[in-house]
Design a protein around this ligand. Sequence first.
Ligand code: NAP
Length: 167
Amino acid sequence: MRNFGVSNHTPGQIELLKRSLNQPLVVNQVQLSITHSPLFAAGIAANMAGLDQSIDRDNGLLDYSRLNDMTLQAWSPFQKAFFDGVFLGDRENFAELNDVLDELAAAYGVTPTGIAVAWITRHPANIQVVLGTTTPSRVVESAAGSEIPLTREEWYRLFTAAGHTVP
Ligand SMILES: NC(=O)c1ccc[n+]([C@@H]2O[C@H](COP(=O)([O-])OP(=O)(O)OC[C@H]3O[C@@H](n4cnc5c(N)ncnc54)[C@H](OP(=O)(O)O)[C@@H]3O)[C@@H](O)[C@H]2O)c1
């Protein structure tokens, strides 16, 4: 049997769809990168009045997915926002993030692309990364990064260097 999933669905939409299905929904593909991460960012800043980051834009999708054994897949893993180009090497808008990416890449012997992938795969939700590159070497770099066990400190350094808040 082939696996069946959805994309950009909220927990409520998934529950509604499940009422009409007789097979499990195993994946949900959502936009996620270090710079576009409401999936993580809202929960990290939960309950903070006046902080845009604390707005829950997906009705608790991260926790719902983990509690219901649905695998999240990250689309646009290197995009700044919605098809705005990649943050990798964009020193005009993401200088601090690129500094940290370069530093960690050197420390782990991979490329910044690999560290950007590691930031997603390091999360305990076991998120899969949907690459959009047509450049074979970037696929190799990404695969190498998926094996990197970033420390929690490194993970949060990348998160805050991208402009997010850790209250
Ligand atoms: N489910 C959904 O709603 C949804 C929405 C959008 C996308 N997707 C899926 O997600 C996949 C990935 O999306 P995406 O293409 O936006 O993701 P991405 O992997 O973040 O971006 C890849 C694009 O950025 C370019 N790029 C430029 N510099 C790069 C660098 N240093 N490192 C890596 N890439 C660089 C790539 O060009 P080169 O090819 O020249 O490397 C490619 O055009 C798509 O192919 C699609 O299957 C799903």
